[in-house]
Design a protein around this ligand. Structure first.
Ligand code: PRE
Length: 274
């Protein structure tokens, strides 16, 4: 039986591109409307892997996805960084001046904020994913609506590109994570770990946590505080560390736990940061 990959989005979306780059087989990709369905399909076993965008170099973290990973007890098995180029597209024959509205995924809209400051009359609307807007414009012949999406989406759905590379900074990356329902038994020693660490709310608590990581030669590559919904105004820290010495890493987790922190390992995998 072939490996089934869950994504949010349709062919031409960035998630679809990542699924092809990581697994190479379009027929194994299952397309869902929302990230919650992706998480559920992996947790319940109808898909083997889920792919989820987690942060973008311009727009920042996708906070709800941290909650989904945690709540559905998913395991981060790997990561993939994709350079993102956004393009404004519309039905052939349409000009930028004809557009009254542009629709796209909310993260894509955020990444193109500067471009649309020059076009204040264009209404910006959030949609499920970049490619599904391109598809809708083509299917329904929507001549006053534009999409922000990849060149692949423009090709698949037969739209013309009105403006290329419209993200606010040319260099634009989204980090995607590969999710499984359980830990895999890899042979390579992982070089990165994603952890959820909850500490007591006391003076210097976060400073002590960071010192413990530094003393064990761990390089912090990301820290994100997320509210604990069950304890208003308390926070958990989602932390990514780069591991150079496996024993030091294991010792750091042990030391954190002996000082009262709760550590949940969300994933241990190979660092792919370019
Ligand atoms: O809409 C898409 O094409 C997606 O794959 C979603 C998504 C995201 O979730 O951030 C992926 C990459 C880009 O950052 C913009 C949108």
């Amino acid at each position: 039986m072939s490996t089934k990959i869950a994504i949010q989005g349709i062919p031409g979306s960035f998630h679809h591109q990542v699924a092809l780059e990581c697994f190479g087989d379009a027929s194994s990709i299952k397309c869902y409307d929302v990230f919650e369905q992706v998480a559920k399909s992996v947790a319940e076993g109808s898909c083997d892997f889920g792919i989820m965008a987690i942060e973008n170099s311009i727009a920042g973290a996708i906070l709800p996805n941290y909650d989904l990973i945690d709540r559905h007890k998913l395991y981060i098995d790997g990561e993939h960084y994709l350079p993102i180029s956004h393009n404004l597209m519309a039905l052939p024959g349409t000009t930028l001046e004809d557009l009254t509205e542009v629709q796209s995924h909310p993260m894509a809209l955020l990444q193109c904020h500067n471009f649309f400051e020059k076009y204040p009359t264009i209404k910006l609307t959030s949609e499920k994913d970049t490619a599904s807007v391109a598809k809708k414009i083509r299917q329904n012949g929507l001549s006053a609506i534009g999409a922000i999406a990849s060149k692949t989406a423009a090709d698949i759905y037969g739209l013309d590109i009105l403006a290329e590379d419209i993200q606010s900074f040319k260099e634009n990356y989204t980090r995607f994570i590969l999710l499984k329902s359980g830990k895999s038994t890899g042979v390579l020693p992982p070089s990165k770990a994603s952890l959820k660490i909850t500490i007591k709310n006391e003076k210097g608590g976060l400073a002590k946590l960071l010192t413990t990581l530094a003393e064990h030669d761990l390089d912090l590559s990301k820290i994100q505080s997320i509210p604990l919904m069950e304890r208003p105004w308390d926070y958990a820290f989602f932390i990514d560390v780069l591991i150079s010495d496996w024993m030091q890493y294991k010792n750091s987790l042990h030391q954190l736990e002996t000082t009262g922190a709760t550590v949940k390992i969300l994933g241990e995998y190979i660092n792919q940061k370019p």
